[in-house]
Write a protein that binds this ligand. Structure first.
Ligand SMILES: Cc1cc2nc3c(=O)[nH]c(=O)nc-3n(C[C@H](O)[C@H](O)[C@H](O)COP(=O)(O)OP(=O)(O)OC[C@H]3O[C@@H](n4cnc5c(N)ncnc54)[C@H](O)[C@@H]3O)c2cc1C
Length: 479
């Protein structure tokens, strides 16, 4: 076979996928492991890879504890209600208690965070969200990771995790191939931190044919994290929990800034408020614990995302669609109009382009909302991913097996979309989870748990065979 085999040996910490979780992992790995060999293998180019590639307009998870705004406990309660109980409170609390320091670091590294000049705090979009000028969010965090790693391998699609042959159920590295040169790469490592992101395109997107590729979550989020972990035998959780989002129709423009900052609201095709009419019926289904219409969604008692979607779909089913976002009132204020457009230009350019090209002016008409197709991921309002150990000081005994964020495979850690049970982490929380995983991976190595790993040539050959089989097949068939 013409492709070269390139072996990187004696790695202490391999970061597989360097989006927000992976960059956090690489950065923190160096902090605790000055003497460690830290290597990143990234499918795209770390400077613009992952779900934050095109930038964001808000950091969706920030407690603001130093400003007296929220405590981690509040966030746990919020996420628990939004996910209707299906969360790991230990993991959530652990992320929430550390996330503010992550955000403060981002600001030190040059990320422009908007300020509330009167209060002296960061400018809030909602209770948990702060507003940023985030076009360069990813290059900024990538720089910190690049400076921390010994080597960064860009354009490497990691395809399989290597298992140790000296000790059962222990990780030994990973293999993959270079998407540009085709070369085969082997990474032998004592630990692997998997940050390979979530999964778009599992379900047929609404945009097909020439529109294919327009999806809400990043089109390059190919579910690698799950493929890697499941094939290696990691226990998973919440994989049946698919997230569906209410978004601006056809462009998937996010609605958070509109609801929270612009104070826009929805109405049905008859121009009526419809959501609250469904609450009594929904409350009968789920109980008052999860749906308390008396409480605002801005408090720690949100209306769960899935129930709000249910109301939207039920209203359309009842023949009273389409559903519109009432933008015409807010957009009369030039400042809010500017924010409305900036929000898309900084995060979902396609929505702004779509409105501009189809002559939709939200000041003059109320744009349509619809639900997206389902996605599988672990860092938004959903918590699919690997079943991981929590931190020693918070987790109940059955949720702690030695090292924070370590999966049920020894030496395999995760962050962001890869980790299950921690919804509402978003970009800042995913980076924070990477930091937590890397600190624990360092301890795992220092405790001698990664010593003596063995990877035979046969194991490597087997995976190489699998990777290049389609090419071999093509060659044979086309000859
Ligand atoms: C449209 C949109 C809007 C969002 N809005 C906000 C917001 O306003 N605020 C907020 O805080 N968060 C927001 N998020 C969420 C945030 O981006 C994610 O929560 C976060 O990026 C998840 O981090 P991650 O590390 O798990 O995945 P990612 O950041 O997606 O990183 C995954 C990385 O793995 C790499 N990779 C994938 N497969 C492989 C493989 N096989 N081998 C090697 N590398 C691989 C990818 O190239 C990528 O670099 C938004 C996301 C999207 C898509």
């Amino acid at each position: 076979m013409a492709y070269k085999t390139i072996i990187e040996d004696n790695i202490d910490i391999l970061v597989a996928g360097a989006g927000l979780g992976g960059t956090g992992a690489a950065f923190e790995a160096r902090f605790w492991g000055q003497d460690k060999k830290i290597v990143i293998a990234e499918k795209a180019n770390i400077d613009r890879s992952g779900a934050v590639a095109q930038g964001l307009y808000a950091i969706n998870c920030y407690m603001g504890t130093r400003f007296g705004e929220n405590n981690p406990e509040d966030h746990v309660q919020y996420a628990r209600i939004d996910l209707m109980g299906m969360v790991r409170e230990d993991l959530l609390f652990d992320m929430a208690r550390h996330v503010d320091s992550t955000v403060h670091q981002f600001e030190e590294w040059g990320l422009p965070i908007m300020r509330d000049k009167e209060k002296g705090t960061y400018l809030r979009e909602g209770r948990w969200q702060i507003m940023i000028h985030g076009e360069s969010y990813k290059p900024i965090v990538a720089e910190a990771a690049k400076k921390s790693a010994d080597k960064v391998f860009n354009r490497i699609c990691v395809t399989h995790l290597l298992m140790d042959e000296a000790k059962e159920n222990r990780i030994a590295g990973a293999v993959g191939f270079n998407v540009r040169t085709g070369d085969f790469h082997v990474f032998k490592s004592k630990t692997v931190i998997c940050g390979a992101g979530g999964a778009s395109n599992i379900f047929k997107p609404q945009s097909t044919g020439e529109g294919a590729g327009r999806v809400w979550y990043a089109p390059w989020s190919s579910g690698s994290a799950y493929g890697l972990m499941i094939n290696a035998g990691a226990k998973m959780t919440q994989m049946e929990n698919r997230i569906v989002l209410a978004r601006f129709k056809d462009g998937y423009g996010p609605v958070g800034a509109y609801f929270l900052h612009l104070k826009t609201y929805t109405q049905n095709g008859l121009g009526e408020e419809y959501e609250s009419k469904w609450f009594p019926e929904l409350q009968k289904m789920v109980g008052k614990e999860y749906l308390d219409p008396e409480a605002s969604h801005l408090t720690h008692r949100p209306i769960p995302t899935c129930l709000r979607n249910h109301a939207l779909i039920s209203e359309i089913n009842a023949g009273r669609g389409p559903i519109h976002m009432v933008t015409m009132e807010a957009f009369q204020d030039p400042h809010l109009e500017e924010i409305g457009w900036h929000n898309f230009l900084g995060m979902t350019v396609g929505q702004a382009v779509l409105w501009a090209s189809t002559d939709v002016d939200p000041k003059l008409e109320n744009p349509e909302l619809t639900t997206s197709e389902p996605y599988v991921m672990g860092s938004h309002a959903t918590g699919s991913g690997a079943w991981c150990s929590g931190p020693e000081d918070v987790s109940p005994p059955e949720y702690f097996w030695g090292y924070n964020r370590m999966m049920t495979i020894e030496g395999l850690f995760g962050a962001g979309d890869a980790v299950g049970g921690t919804p509402h982490a978003f970009s800042s929380g995913s980076f924070t989870e990477g930091r937590l995983a890397a600190k624990a991976a360092n301890k795992y190595i220092d405790d001698g748990k990664g010593e003596g790993i063995v990877v035979s040539d046969e194991q490597i050959k087997k995976f190489k065979g699998e990777i290049y089989k389609p090419l071999e097949h093509y060659k044979n068939v086309s000859q």
